[in-house]
Write a new protein. Structure first.
Lengths: 161, 215
């Protein structure tokens, strides 16, 4: 099991952390873009053979999105919307290929991380958000790398399946 | 040979008495009740993978003390290392985990982990104010050993994403715990307590090192 809600949920969580470093006026257009892109890609028929590429894109996006918290001046409105569009595309594609439509809801709920993250940033303790973002980067890099490793991952059938 | 052995009609006679019928069924039920799942398939699925990954840094005293030490030493060093160290550690730990899964040869991992506990505990006990790059380098080197151990012990049937999520979150939480303990430094006499804790950690590390090298 590697599909479902987890990769898009982590991606939405990363967007939530990244938006905490963006101006407030960027929030609404970014969230709308994210929701529309996710929903559109989830219903689009994507070729099954793109599955590995979609997973890789999803994990690379989690790492890249979470890394933007370290930008010295944070995100601009345009970059926040672009990042949300990217997140929506990969989340929707992943759910469309390896999840159910209910997974979209579960994933989009993780955007609510924006609320505590922005509160913490405004309280001048952005370090907490940066540390959490570093955990997301670590998980995403590991998950992306696992696709190329000769281990027996849990999402493949093993000797008892 | 006694033909009754092969006599099918003899079979009902075996279960003529009620307790004789109940006994095998009861034995089977008890056996089912007290037996556990096969160990090879513990921790399967996303939640199982997360559980076994989360447990891994918490169940080994060496991992646990080293992770707390990273946060505590960061708290001693202040800005920017108080947050640089917990950011560097998981990033480099992942590189170590990948090396472990690939089976890349590394100097004895147990010795490296024991050394990390000793050195980090020693740095806290001595209240060592290392420059940013030296502190980052020390923590990064030790992160490779800890990541290597986590990666090497990834259960083959566990969900790898859940497992990595689990051990990264547990590691990060232990860093935060260490930073939290570091706030004792702001209290009167708190530095003595935290430096004493560093001494205890260094002593435990020396014991782990002794076990790794001698026993």
């Amino acid at each position: 099991m590697r599909g479902g809600a987890l990769p898009p949920a982590l991606l939405c969580g990363a967007i939530g952390l990244a938006l905490a470093f963006a101006p407030r006026r960027a929030w609404l257009p970014s969230l709308v873009t994210l929701a529309i892109a996710t929903a559109a890609l989830a219903v689009l028929l994507i070729p099954r053979k793109w599955l590995e590429g979609v997973f890789l894109g999803c994990w690379v996006s989690v790492a890249a999105t979470a890394a933007t918290v370290h930008l010295p001046r944070g995100l601009t409105v345009r970059s926040a919307v672009a990042l949300s569009l990217n997140a929506g595309v990969w989340s929707g594609a992943e759910v469309g290929l390896a999840g159910s439509r209910f997974d979209i809801v579960k994933a989009l709920v993780c955007i609510l991380l924006l609320i505590p993250a922005s509160f913490i940033v405004r309280r001048r303790a952005p370090i907490i958000v940066k540390v959490v973002a570093s955990w997301l980067i670590a998980v995403a890099v590991l998950a992306a790398t696992l696709q190329f490793l000769p281990v027996t991952p849990g999402y493949l059938p093993d000797h008892l399946d | 040979m006694d033909d009754s052995v092969f006599n099918v009609n003899a079979i009902p006679q075996l279960s003529r008495c009620p307790h004789e019928r109940v006994a095998p069924a009861a034995s089977a039920a008890v056996a089912l009740f007290i037996s556990s799942f096969a160990d090879a398939h513990m921790g399967t699925g996303l939640t199982g993978g997360f559980g076994s990954g989360f447990q891994h840094p918490l169940t080994g005293a060496d991992h646990l003390l080293a992770m707390v030490s990273v946060g505590l030493w960061g708290a001693f060093l202040g800005r920017p290392l108080i947050f640089v160290l917990p950011v560097i550690f998981p990033a480099v730990m992942v590189a170590g985990a990948v090396m472990g899964m690939l089976g890349v040869p590394l100097p004895p991992v147990e010795t490296g982990i024991a050394l990390s506990v000793t050195v980090l505990g020693g740095c806290i006990a001595l209240s060592l104010k290392a420059p940013v790059w030296i502190a980052s380098l020390i923590v990064a080197i030790f992160a490779i050993f800890h990541g290597y151990a986590h990666g090497k012990e990834l259960p083959s049937a566990a969900d790898p994403i859940g497992y990595s999520l689990g051990f990264v979150l547990a590691t990060g939480s232990l860093h935060v715990l260490g930073i939290g303990i570091g706030f004792l430094n702001h209290l009167p006499g708190g530095v003595r307590v935290t430096r004493g804790l560093g001494l205890f950690i260094a002593g435990a590390g020396a014991w782990f090192l002794y076990k790794a090298l001698v026993l």
